[in-house]
Structures are given as structure tokens and as C-alpha cells.
Design a protein around this ligand. Structure first.
Ligand code: HEM
Length: 404
């Protein structure tokens, strides 16, 4: 008997957890149909997800998929150019690029951002409390502009162009984007960043933004080509737009649904770092890791998968696996959420994790300081989630600010 694959669609976007729980029960790896229409193998249990993320038989460079084992030359399109980034590369190409990027995107560069992130956060919160409105969309007015302004300033690209970045980024991660819209976004984006990079090359390193550091990053005589640079910037920009915003918005939602936790954190900020790890586990802003492929038949957690198949690694499912976390469906800011896989694992572990944690810490401290009575302004059932299997994020977060 052939079993038709589980279709991931609107109900999965709105709440993946009951479906993931059922799939975890059924088996370690399940054939699903992605919303875009193609089949994929979804890995759901924590131990298998962790193992899959370091499994060298799962590849990320899609060019190897077209002809198993062979390199297929890129066609030189804009989409090709922006897609040649870390998340689409395997060793040794991945290693080479990650080393170059790590030279520019240093821990020091991130730590130095603290005062500026605090300033941006303070200004956004001032606008909120001084705006004369008690009911606001916290996503639009706080959770989104904070990381977007930070990543734009870090890269050194004008924050005033943010509406364009947003529409490009949205086109790329949505599960309902047409190929034409995707292509148009890719073309505009690569033209924009090629011009920005050219200006940096000409200026011979005078500015100290990350884009300039990337242009000039060198490792044993090696450096990023223009294509590699453009796709790296694209990746940082998309990561800066699509992830931390959801940690802040969904984390706030979790706290608003647990007022005792909100009050506890207000009273004792030393609890905040652990609470942020629990937010990462519980809300899992990246629902599925990016696609991986098989190039030969493999057995994954005992399930046979043919060559040329897509494998989807379920990060949020792993983070809600009762075999790893006690009562995973309860949001418990006091638990040790260590071992969560919200930032991935292995060679593709999130490069921006320290920045995301820093932004979250400053954002939550700011909210807790300013708004003791922050509350959800609509019933929870009215909240809608974005139509993406990759990203788990709210469309809006209407809140009442209360007395500031
Ligand atoms: C809460 C916020 C964030 C979450 C939950 C998150 C999550 C992730 C995950 C799960 C991966 C691995 C994906 C995979 O293996 O398929 C990843 C990779 C990556 N992230 Fe993040 N991310 C966040 C914020 C950021 C930020 C702010 C940046 C940059 C400014 C960033 C840059 C990257 C990069 C460059 C990679 C690719 C690393 C590689 O392939 O070597 N991320 N992120």
C-alpha cells in the first residue's frame, strides 16, 4: 500500500506543533509534500535532527543534485549569484568562505555594537511611548525595525532603503512566492549590492563597516570574489530580517501569555539570558533548517532515502521533542533550555547567534523597563503566522502598552 505524503500547508503555517508531534510519534523521518509542491523527507526527533545537521551524506550545494556527484556550472543568473552563499555550500568551499567571513564578522565587532543597539532600542521605545497610542503593532514598530536597523548599519547600507530590503527578503523566504517575483527580487538585489561593493573597493578600506571589511577580508592571499561577496551580504541581510524579529516578537508573545514570568523577569534581570534560550527553544524562529539533499541512496535514522531527494531538518520539532525536553509544550523561563537547536548545529551553526542574543537581551531589557503592564491586545486565536515553512513568525503582534 502506498501512503500519500503528509501535505504541509496553511494549518502547518499556523501551528506546526501538533503535526510535528504526530510525525515524531509515527517515525523518525517522514515523507512530506512541501507547500511548493515537491516531496521532501522531514526529520523530526531531536537526536536525529542533531545527527542530520552533521551528516556529511547530506549536501547543501544544489548543483550536486542535478547530476549526482558532478559539478554543474552555474548559469550566471542573478539568482545564481545571490544563492552562492554559506548555506548552499559544502566543504571545502564552505570552509573557505566561512573562514573569510569570520575574519570580518568578529566577536569584537558584535560586542562593540552594544551601545548603538541600546541607542536604537531606546529611540524605538521612545517613539512607542511618546506616540500617543496605547495600542500598537509591536512587530511593525519594534521587533522588526530593531534588527533591520542593526544589520543595515552593521553592513553600512542606508537604513532608508529598508522597504526595498524587506520586499526582497520576503520574496525569498515566503513559501508562496512566484518564480517571477523571486527572479525580479534577485536581480534588483544583486544590482544594488554590486554597486555598494564597487563603491567600497574604490574607497580602499576607509570606512569601517562590515561590507568594507568583507571586501578587504583576506586569508592566506585568498579573498571573496564579487559574486561571493554579494551572496554573503544577501544572506546576512535576509538573516538579519527574518530571524531576530521573530525571536523578539514570538518571545514577547510567550511572555505576555505568562504574566508571572514577565513579572519575575522584570524583578530579576539575571534570569533573562536563560529566558532568552527558552524563547529560542520554544518559539524556534527558524522552523526548518534550509534544504539538504542526498546524492546517493542513504539510510537516515533507519529510513531508506533514494539519491536526489530533499531532506528537511525540523529544528522546531527537535526543540519540542518530549524525549529531550520535559513538557516541551510549556514555556518555562526557569528551565535549562541548553541543547536546543534553534541556531542549528555543526558547520552551518548560525554565524549571527551572538548578535541575535545581544539584540534580544537589549530588546527585552528595554521592554521590561518601559512597559510593566504590556498586554496582548487581541485574543491569542486571532494571531496569524506567516506562510513559510522555513520561518516561524507572526504577521502582527497587537499589544496594549499600558502605563509607561
Ligand atoms: C534569533 C535569530 C536567529 C536564528 C534563530 C538563526 C538561526 C539560524 C540557523 C538555524 C542556521 C542554520 C541553518 C541550516 O543549517 O540550514 C543559521 C545560519 C546562519 N545564520 Fe542565523 N539565525 C539568527 C540570526 C542571525 C543573524 C542576526 C545573522 C547575521 C547577522 C545570522 C546569520 C547566519 C548565517 C550567515 C548563517 C549561515 C552559516 C553557515 O552556513 O555557515 N543569523 N541561522
Amino acid at each position: 500500500m502506498t501512503v500519500s505524503p503528509e501535505k504541509l500547508g496553511p494549518s502547518y503555517f499556523q501551528d506546526p506543533h501538533p503535526i510535528q508531534a504526530r510525525l515524531r510519534e509515527q517515525g523518525p523521518v517522514t515523507l512530506v509534500q512541501m507547500p511548493e509542491g515537491f516531496p521532501a523527507w522531514l526529520v523530526t526527533r531531536h537526536a536525529d535532527v542533531r545527527a542530520a545537521l552533521t551528516d556529511r551524506r547530506l549536501f547543501k550545494d544544489w548543483r550536486k543534485l542535478a547530476v549526482p556527484g558532478a559539478e554543474v556550472p552555474a548559469d550566471g543568473s542573478a539568482a545564481d549569484m545571490i544563492n552562492a552563499h554559506l548555506l548552499n555550500l559544502d566543504p571545502p568551499d564552505h570552509e573557505r568562505l566561512r573562514r573569510l567571513v569570520t575574519k570580518a564578522f568578529t566577536a569584537r565587532r558584535v560586542a562593540d555594537l552594544r551601545p548603538r543597539i541600546a541607542e536604537i532600542t531606546g529611540a524605538l521605545l521612545d517613539d512607542l511611548s511618546g506616540g500617543g497610542q496605547n495600542e500598537v503593532d509591536l512587530l511593525e514598530s519594534f521587533a522588526f525595525p530593531l534588527p533591520v536597523t542593526v544589520i543595515s548599519e552593521l553592513l553600512g547600507i542606508p537604513a532608508s532603503d529598508r522597504d526595498r530590503f524587506r520586499s526582497w527578503s520576503d520574496a525569498v523566504v515566503s513559501s508562496v512566492t512566484s518564480p517571477e517575483r523571486m527572479q525580479a527580487a534577485a536581480t534588483e538585489m544583486s544590482e544594488y549590492f554590486t554597486a555598494q561593493a564597487r563603491a567600497r573597493r574604490d574607497s580602499s578600506g576607509a570606512s569601517d563597516d562590515l561590507l568594507t571589511a568583507l571586501v578587504h577580508a583576506q586569508d592566506a592571499g585568498d579573498r571573496l570574489s564579487t559574486g561571493e561577496l554579494i551572496s554573503m551580504v544577501f544572506l546576512l541581510l535576509v538573516a538579519g530580517h527574518e530571524t531576530t524579529v521573530n525571536l523578539i516578537a514570538s518571545g514577547t508573545l510567550a511572555l505576555l501569555l505568562d504574566p508571572a514570568a514577565y513579572a519575575r523577569l522584570r524583578a530579576d534581570r539575571s534570569l533573562l539570558p536563560a529566558a532568552i534560550e527558552e524563547m529560542l527553544r520554544y518559539t524556534s524562529p527558524v522552523n526548518h533548517a534550509t534544504y539538504r539533499f542526498t546524492t546517493e541512496p542513504i539510510s537516515l535514522a533507519g529510513v531508506d532515502i533514494a539519491a536526489g531527494q530533499v531532506v528537511v531538518v525540523g529544528l522546531s520539532s527537535a526543540n519540542h521533542d518530549p524525549a529531550r525536553f520535559v513538557s516541551p509544550e510549556s514555556f518555562d523561563t526557569g528551565r535549562d533550555a541548553g541543547g536546543h537547536l534553534a541556531f542549528g548545529h555543526g558547520i552551518h551553526f548560525c554565524l549571527g547567534a551572538p548578535l541575535a542574543r545581544l539584540e534580544a537581551e537589549i530588546a527585552f531589557n528595554g521592554l521590561l523597563d518601559r512597559f510593566p503592564d504590556l498586554a496582548l491586545a487581541v485574543p491569542q486565536a486571532e494571531l496569524r503566522w506567516r506562510p513559510s515553512t522555513l520561518i516561524r513568525g507572526l504577521e502582527r503582534l497587537p499589544v496594549r502598552l499600558g502605563s509607561a
